[in-house]
Write a protein that binds this ligand. Structure first.
Ligand code: AMP
Ligand code: ZN
Length: 462
């Protein structure tokens, strides 16, 4: 069956035809490992997972690369401010390497908790410094880069067109609000490929330009080319990457190979909280860990994400997670019910379900429609092993572990207990040990025990 994906590059839903007949090549921008990955970050990874699983369901083999940004990436996308990795290292009294290792581990743990199918190649920026330097040298040689006293910049005016992905018009740039910190930059949209390190900078490498370190965008162009070649099929990321990071990746590739690196550019929309952004100042940044602490299965969050198309914004609420968790249990119960049944289902009915499911996922990963087919099967009044098998087949795309025994699912912790635990976490953060102990005892009185570990507090029924 034909697969259609929305391509940000052409702004249309297009038939997907890979470069190689059986093997799809993909690149996904991975995390910058200097802080916890939020459930927002994880929405983008769930989108990536659904894409992988859909392609596999259609019979394709995959070669998929995801990078781990463990160096650089300045606080602002406009090459300004402090290095995020180094800032976090200083704040936590650790080395940048320790920070990167710690958050990479947590990120991988979350991918596992969400049953996310892993890319074939996961590569770190710091393992590819030599290749990045060679890439920048190539850009200098081809006349697309120039050196200033602080960095090597990409010269966007050398391209036939900069801004193909986001439709930026360079003529409007003078009216833009960007402030150039480097007066040696030739054009406001020029971006740093390579940055000369100030003397006390922690992460730096020998290069033809002295001790220095990579800009953010160069790593993806370098690793994409190294592992997938000059052109591959699909490039993914969150929508926030369109106007800067992906635009700059395209610019670099055009300067190096003359080609746009990927043929299909797919972007996941944001997860919102109360209709707005997640932010520390609003105290509404949630992690997968928080979902688990409230007693929900992390896969309930995945199911929650399927309530909206990946290209639409999705508003997170705890009520939504509560409902999704109940739905996950119902789905597993339905699977178990069918698995015990002996009713016979016409082959035609099964084929009909299969076709509806496949046409939904192949229509630009339309998960809300795909889930409506899943529910039709689950709620079928007959009890049939054929339907259980069909649900398991659909689960290859969903990754919800619907055959997991219900008693093995995360035990439900009452909201009251979860709230007391949260209050205790706040007390501990404020070093208010008296209040923390009081809350622990109160939780115990109500039949639950708090277990503290390095990774935070969890709760168990006594
Ligand atoms: P950040 O932690 O802001 O560097 O984000 C890493 C990547 O996760 C971003 O580039 C986005 O593509 C994605 N991302 C961040 N926040 C959200 C969100 N609220 N919803 C969906 N994706 C997000
Ligand atoms: Zn990237």
């Amino acid at each position: 069956m034909q697969i259609k994906f929305y391509n940000t590059l052409t702004r249309t839903k297009e038939e997907f035809v890979p470069i190689n007949k059986d093997l799809v090549t993909l690149y996904s921008c991975g995390p910058t490992v200097y802080k916890d990955a939020t459930i927002g970050n994880m929405r983008t990874n769930i989108f990536m997972d659904t894409l992988r699983r859909t392609l596999k369901y259609n019979g394709y083999k995959l070669k998929h690369v995801m990078n781990i940004t463990d160096v650089g990436h300045l606080v602002s996308d406009a090459d300004e401010g402090e290095d995020k990795m180094i800032k976090s290292a200083k704040e936590q009294g650790k080395t940048p390497l320790e920070i990167a290792e710690y958050y990479t581990k947590l990120f991988m743990k979350d991918l596992d908790r969400l049953n996310i199918d892993l890319p074939e190649i996961i590569c770190k920026a710091t393992d590819n410094i030599k290749e990045m330097i060679e890439y920048v040298e190539e850009l200098v040689k081809n006349g697309y880069a120039y050196e200033t006293s602080t960095a090597i910049y990409f010269d966007v005016s050398k391209l036939d067109r900069y801004g193909v992905l986001s439709g930026i018009n360079l003529n409007d740039q003078k009216a833009g609000a960007r402030v150039d910190i480097d007066e040696e930059k030739k054009n406001p949209y020029d971006f740093a490929l390579w940055i000369k390190a100030p003397e006390n900078h922690l992460m730096k490498w020998e290069s033809p330009w002295g001790l220095s370190y990579p800009g953010w965008h160069i790593e993806c162009s370098t690793m994409g080319k190294k592992y997938l070649g000059e052109q591959f099929d699909i490039h993914t990321g969150g929508v926030d990457l369109i106007p800067t990071h992906h635009e700059n990746e395209i610019a670099q590739s055009k300067g190096c190979t003359g080609k746009i690196p990927a043929r299909y550019w797919m972007h996941g929309e944001f997860l919102l909280i109360n209709g707005g952004k997640m932010s520390k100042s609003l105290n509404n940044v949630y992690l997968v860990e928080d979902i688990i602490k409230k007693g929900y299965s992390p896969l309930a969050y995945k199911l929650f994400c399927f309530t909206s198309h990946y290209r639409n914004k999705l508003n997170f609420t705890w009520e939504g997670i509560d409902a999704a968790d109940k739905s996950l249990t119902k789905l597993r119960e339905a699977y178990a019910k069918h698995n015990e049944g002996n009713d016979l289902i016409e082959k035609e009915e099964i084929e009909n379900y299969k076709e509806k499911f496949l046409s939904a996922i192949n229509d630009d990963l339309n998960m809300p429609v795909a889930m409506s087919v899943v529910w039709e099967v689950a709620k079928n009044t007959k009890k049939s092993k054929q339907l259980a098998e069909l649900l398991l087949d659909f689960d290859k795309v969903l990754g919800l572990k619907i055959d997991e025994k219900i008693e093995e699912s995360a035990e439900e912790i009452p909201t009251e207990i979860a709230e007391l635990l949260e209050q205790r976490n706040v007390a501990r953060a404020n070093k208010d040990w008296t209040e923390s102990d009081r809350l622990r005892d109160l939780i115990k009185e109500k039949g639950y025990i708090v277990k503290d570990s390095k990774e935070g507090a969890t709760i168990e029924k006594i």
